[in-house]
Design a binder for this molecule. Structure first.
Ligand code: GLA
Length: 763
């Protein structure tokens, strides 16, 4: 539960302009400072700070990077959106907000006025941010502005229901470098009685009426995540959601809206957003009858109820939003920057991902000390930096039928515990990682036999198994304590650098019989809060440990879990050709710096497709490289190829993982080709990967026109793998590479090439 300090409106105190406030306890002093400051400067928005309030017009304005965001308090007391888009001139001002007239005798103004945050009440028909049922049956909630405070990059606004003591504390935090806003809300109950929250969203984002909006979002399923969808928006509602208890493979909590299809990656207006929540979530994107657009996101209202007791508060998830004038490519580059500098546990400077080996696809559950040590030696010989032992090392885990929940080494497979293997891995110059799936239990386990009541279930009903496992109810304090305890012990007893934290099924029968019936549905919130708190506490106690979020591939990837995890597993599908579209979709919402990409065996188990080792490497090298092949089957040539490519990858990984990504050719819609380019932040290095599906009619590979280089600088061309057409210059200007381009000589099926450009000086 969040505790919230109340703030008072400086406006009430009669100060013309408020810029900086403190909590109301030292209000007198703050008021004085604010009035003097603003008395001495012009009455305009031409202040240096990112967040300003004009008391006369009652307008808030947030400026950062290339973005301005403006909203006001209208005559009714609603928070009304006024502008979100390209940065405006400092002197540009807006007239005071006035609620829109309703429409005919069918819509009150609440349905035509764009609200920053709106309760269900007063005749609202669109998705509310907050819906409450009070104990007396009353369900009307109308929230009005009460007060605000501005503290550097953060604006806090207090809203209150028109008659009841229900408070909502909104927060807007702006990221200076990217202009991305983090919006969140806390609901506080001061009514003296409990009430039931039935819908709770963090924020609503508004765009003005237009008929040429295009919506992008991500869809998928297990083994086929990150499908990028794009469609024209029409009046009506598109709901992106998960009802599964976790983020889900089916939709990811990200959206982007373009106005006017520029048909180009790097031009045009794009608004985008992402929700930081790893439980059931919803983003409702509505084009209203007036063609205005509103996007509301937060907890999924399906099967949801939260009893907020008197005096309690409920923190709602962070909902991030940004604007780019540089097209969808620019939008994803802003999000990448933001994730690296403001979200990840090691932000603002996350370490690059080490090259990893994982034996899952090679050995399955068949792990033991000797077998893992033999693989570790082979992995070390090609330059791997982290050796990860996957599933199968613990309890009675010989298949997926048993063992989950029993987190101690299997005594037959590891008679002396994990130490001998970990020591061996260290002696080979690698660090050691381990697979865990802490939230799950097999009925065939010691844990389940002792605590059958610990799983999600409705008494007297079937407990549906998926992959022979049940979900532990992490909302329960005893389950939380058990999971934290076993992981803390594992990390204390062993020198483990990395956990691959898996989560291999979704919820069914999500009952919580141990609590009162009206509190059972709180499981959707309390489970996820406890998951975050375990991750947070583990990281605090073991600061060197890094964590990967995996859920049967990309089932739990979002900006909530990424605050506590350093990388994610985008998909169990490691077929390199499929991976091109998986990686393409993934990078619209998440940085390649967290996108693990393994080289595995050919033919792929997914599609039975055969590809060369080089092709597989050049696909995986576009993300954070890992190797998941059975090294016991590799030839000396394979080892030589891998060693050379791993060494080359280390030369470009900073650029790939933390640089700017440009999509030169999309792999979607049956494309014969695809190509990406990454440019280092200082523009000293670029690396491009070009993939050919199948040559047809002897057409040449499309010429690649690089992007994002320093036009006047000179760059040296170097082929990492494959061939460029004869006559490709050794050095040329950024302008040359961007406008004359590079002709590769790629022919055949499933071929790949990669090259770098290194700055050698200015022209
Ligand atoms: C999930 C993961 C795989 C592997 C298996 C182990 O499917 O996504 O990478 O770890 O579990 O059971």
């Amino acid at each position: 539960m969040a505790s919230v300090s109340s703030v008072r409106s400086l406006r009430e105190a009669g100060c013309g302009r408020t810029r900086q406030t403190r909590r109301w306890t030292d209000r007198g002093l703050t008021l004085l400072v604010s009035c003097i400051l603003f008395g001495a400067t012009a009455m305009s928005f031409a202040q240096a700070s990112a967040i300003r309030y004009d008391a006369q017009s009652r307008i808030f304005r947030i400026d950062a990077a290339d973005m301005s965001y403006v909203f006001g308090v209208n005559e009714t007391g609603d928070l009304q959106s006024l502008y979100w888009g390209r940065k405006l001139a400092p002197g540009d001002s807006f007239p005071a907000a006035h609620s829109e007239p309703g429409w005919g005798s069918f819509d009150l103004p609440v349905n035509t006025t764009p609200h920053e945050y709106v309760g269900w009440g007063g005749g609202l028909y669109y998705a509310p941010d907050l819906k409450i049922t009070f104990p007396d049956g009353n369900r009307d909630l109308v929230l009005h502005y009460v007060s605000h405070s501005i503290d550097g990059d953060t604006l806090r606004i207090e809203m209150k229901d028109i008659s009841r003591e229900v408070y909502v504390h909104l927060e807007y935090k702006v990221d200076e470098a990217t202009g991305i806003l983090r919006r969140s809300a806390v609901v506080e109950n001061k009514t003296g009685q409990p009430f039931t929250i039935e819908e709770a969203s963090s924020a609503t984002w508004n765009l003005p009426a237009a008929s040429d909006y295009e919506l992008r979002y991500l869809t998928g399923r297990w083994g086929g995540e990150w499908g990028l969808q794009k469609e024209a928006m029409h009046p009506g509602r598109t709901v992106l959601e998960s009802r599964r208890g976790s983020t889900g493979h089916q939709n990811n909590p990200w959206f982007a809206i373009e106005r006017g299809d520029s048909g180009d990656q790097d031009h045009g207006n794009v608004w985008f957003g992402a929700l930081g929540w790893s439980g059931s979530w919803q983003i409702a994107i509505e084009q209203m009858q007036s063609r205005q657009v509103r996007v509301t996101g937060g907890f999924n209202p399906f099967d949801f109820a939260y009893v907020l007791k008197a005096g309690e508060s409920l923190q709602l998830p962070d909902f991030y939003g940004g604007y780019s004038a540089d097209g969808i490519g620019g939008a994803s580059r802003l999000l990448d920057r933001f994730e690296l500098s403001a979200i990840l546990p090691e932000a603002p400077q996350p370490r690059p991902r080490p090259v990893l080996y994982n034996s899952w696809e090679a050995t399955g559950f068949n792990v033991d000390e000797a077998g893992q040590e033999a693989l570790a030696e082979k992995a070390a010989s090609i330059g791997v930096e982290r050796f990860v032992m996957d599933d199968g090392w613990f309890g009675e885990r010989d298949t997926d039928h048993a063992g989950l929940g029993d987190w101690w080494p299997n005594p037959q497979k590891f008679p002396h515990g994990l130490k001998p293997l970990i020591d061996k891995v260290h002696s080979l110059g690698m660090d050691f990682g381990l697979w865990v799936e802490p939230e799950m239990v097999n009925p065939d386990s010691k844990l389940y036999r002792e605590h059958p009541d610990w799983v999600l279930n409705f008494p007297g009903r079937p407990r549906s198994e998926l992959r022979n496992q049940l979900v532990l109810n992490l909302a329960r304090p005893d389950v939380r304590a058990y999971i934290f305890g076993v992981l803390d012990k594992l990390l204390t007893d062993n020198d483990i650098a990395f956990l691959k934290w898996d989560y291999n099924r979704n919820w069914s029968e999500p009952g919580w019989p141990a609590v009162a019936p009206d509190e059972e549905k709180e499981v959707y919130v309390k489970y996820t809060e406890n998951l975050y708190s375990i991750l947070r506490e583990l990281r605090a106690r073991h600061p060197k440990v890094e964590i990967e979020s995996c859920s049967g591939g990309g089932g739990r990837v979002d900006l909530g879990i990424l605050r506590y995890t350093d990388e994610v597993w985008p998909s169990d599908n490691t077929d390199p050709f499929d991976r091109l579209s998986i990686q393409n979709g993934f990078t619209y919402a998440y940085t390649p710096g967290v996108m693990m990409a393994w080289v595995t065996d050919s033919p792929s188990w997914m599609n039975d497709r055969s590809t060369s080792l080089t092709y597989r490497f050049l696909v995986s090298m576009q993300g954070s490289l890992g190797i998941g092949a059975n090294l016991n089957k590799w030839t000396p040539e394979d080892f030589a190829t891998a060693k050379a490519l791993v060494a080359q990858y280390k030369e470009v990984r900073e650029t790939v993982q933390h640089g700017s990504l440009y999509r030169l050719i999309s792999p979607l819609h049956g494309s014969e080709y695809s190509a990406t380019e990454s440019v280092s932040i200082n523009k000293d290095q670029a690396v491009a990967f070009a993939l050919l599906h199948s040559s047809q009619m002897s057409y040449p590979y499309p010429r690649l026109y690089l992007r994002g280089l320093d036009a006047g600088a000179t760059y040296r061309f170097h082929m990492m793998d494959g061939q460029a057409a004869a006559g490709t210059p050794e050095t040329a200007s950024g302008d040359y590479w961007m406008n004359a381009g590079v002709q590769l000589d790629l022919r055949g099926d499933f071929q790949a090439a990669a090259f770098t450009l290194e700055r050698t000086g200015a022209q």
